[in-house]
Write a protein that binds this ligand. Structure first.
Ligand SMILES: [Zn+2]
Length: 122
């Protein structure tokens, strides 16, 4: 598979943030939250993650990705609806939406080897 151009950079950034937060400890697990409206492909991030962790504190770390469904509000009629894609029209014909959820990309948690408890990064 071919990853989108952004995903390798995202994987690198995630590892950098985790490495900085781990205080030099080996990272064993990273939990990422990716919104379905963020245009980031979870499979591509997963694909890039292994390669990007090579030679870093996160080498061999397990990556868990939680996909967050999109929730948008129609700016014309105020109706809220779930969306897995940032396209489409409202039943009222409106096509501008305010994003309430689903465009996030954040590190939810990570675990390091020398501690039993996970470390919160966000
Ligand atoms: Zn509407």
């Amino acid at each position: 598979m071919v990853a989108g151009h952004g995903e390798f950079g995202i994987a690198h950034q995630v590892i950098e943030i985790c490495a900085a937060a781990s205080g030099g400890a080996r990272i064993t697990r990273v939990v990422l939250e990716i919104g379905k409206l963020s245009a980031v492909l979870p499979d591509a991030v997963r694909f890039c993650f292994d390669a990007a962790t090579e030679g870093t504190l996160a080498e061999g770390a397990e990556l868990e990705i939680i996909e967050v469904s999109g929730l948008v509000r129609c700016e014309d009629c105020g109706r809220e609806m779930t969306r897995d894609r940032p396209v489409g029209h409202c039943a009222c014909g409106g096509s501008s939406f305010e994003s309430l959820a689903g465009d996030e990309l954040r590190i939810k948690a990570m675990e390091v080897q020398r501690q039993q408890q996970g470390v919160k990064v966000s």
